[in-house]
Design a protein around this ligand. Sequence first.
Ligand code: SAM
Ligand code: SF4
Length: 431
Amino acid sequence: MKVHIFTYGCQMNENDTEIAKQLLLNEGFEITDSEDDADVVILNTCAVRKKSEEKVYSHIGKLKKKGKKIGIMGCVAEKEKENLFKRGVSFVLGTRALAEIPKAVENAKNGSRHAYFDDTLSEIEYHKVETRSSKHHAWITIIYGCDRFCTYCIVPYTRNREKSRTLDSVLTEVRALVDKGYKEFTFLGQNVDAYGKDLGDGTSLAKLLREASKIDQVKRLWFLTSYPTDFSLEIPQAMNESEKIAKSVHLPVQHGSNKILKAMNRRYTREEYIQLIQDIRKIVPDASISSDIIVGFPGETDEDFEDTVNLVKELKFERLNLAVYSPREGTVAWKYYKDDVPYKTKVRRMSYLLNLQKLINKELNEAYKDKTVEVIVEAQAKNGLFYGRDIRNKIISFEGSNELIGKSVLVKVNKITAGPLHGTIEKVLDF
Ligand code: SAM
Ligand code: SF4
């Protein structure tokens, strides 16, 4: 019985897919990279924006035409639940029901239809997962769910309440991975700074970073995504204590206007956010700070948008993910706020910010000119060049070879663009 899993959305979905593959292999199923070759196709889905959900429905349509048995996991599974049966799928697997995946595929094979929503996360043996997408870098989900309830966001409904894995479970996974040659790890959570709070035993993200950095073979530690009022300044302090902790914080601001931040239920003001960035930069002056921004939230006037523009100009983020507001059924914003910013205005504002960010990128990238930085080689790009990141999450491309993937190299930067930097390898480091 061959199973193919197609992954939409965030890194947490990627990690869930890796775990799902191992659970299926354990029960004797075969995993195939080819959709056409598979008896069962599982779509691991994203519901953050309407578009991401629509992509899933059109994919289901195509699979039905091919006569495939279909399983749905991820956020659309949790959002739509048994409604998905009307679209002809064989099973629906909730975001906490991952450990039931072999049973779901087995039942699909026998032609029966089931939905699975029990929380079975405690059954997962994370340290035994070998079906990773990379051989040197591993995603590690450390906290599930989100309790923040931003008014536009579907995630608290699809990923449920915050639930942390124990420190011991996460460190056991890291140790098992370093034994297999992994050296780079990204700790994941929708609100990664809330890690440990529900455990009530002093566990925190800073503690995890400190403990994991003591493991010899660990080379670099990342974490995603931070939430401003949960972010602890212990984290930049930990960055200063260990050069293994990446100097990179992804800290979405979402908006620059206090009126909109309040309507979004973001629980901080523009001034508090700016202060937080200043505090981080005081501790780690070269910290790389990236952010997410939504344009066209209900009620966003030209003045509100101007507040966002000025914030972006002032803070100069290293990277910016921009999204046009998309009303999500069931959220507070969908229920109570009119989606009143015309689509054209949303697009205009978005492209304005895109262009502004390009100029900022170019300006910030200039600081890299002729600098030599340590990069872990990640992969080969379509254009044939290899690329990797430095400790500040800066992407640098260079001529290389497959044997270098996963290795640390020193790269001298010689070409600056608004996008990736270009350089030449000066030395391959032994690690
Ligand atoms: N937890 C993180 C945070 O607090 O920002 C990010 C999680 S969310 C899945 C990823 C990004 O999607 C958010 O930062 C936000 O910018 C965007 N997003 C979420 N809901 C959205 C919506 N309804 N419309 C447009 N963008 C949205
Ligand atoms: Fe969504 Fe807000 Fe939670 Fe991020 S913090 S996942 S934007 S509710």
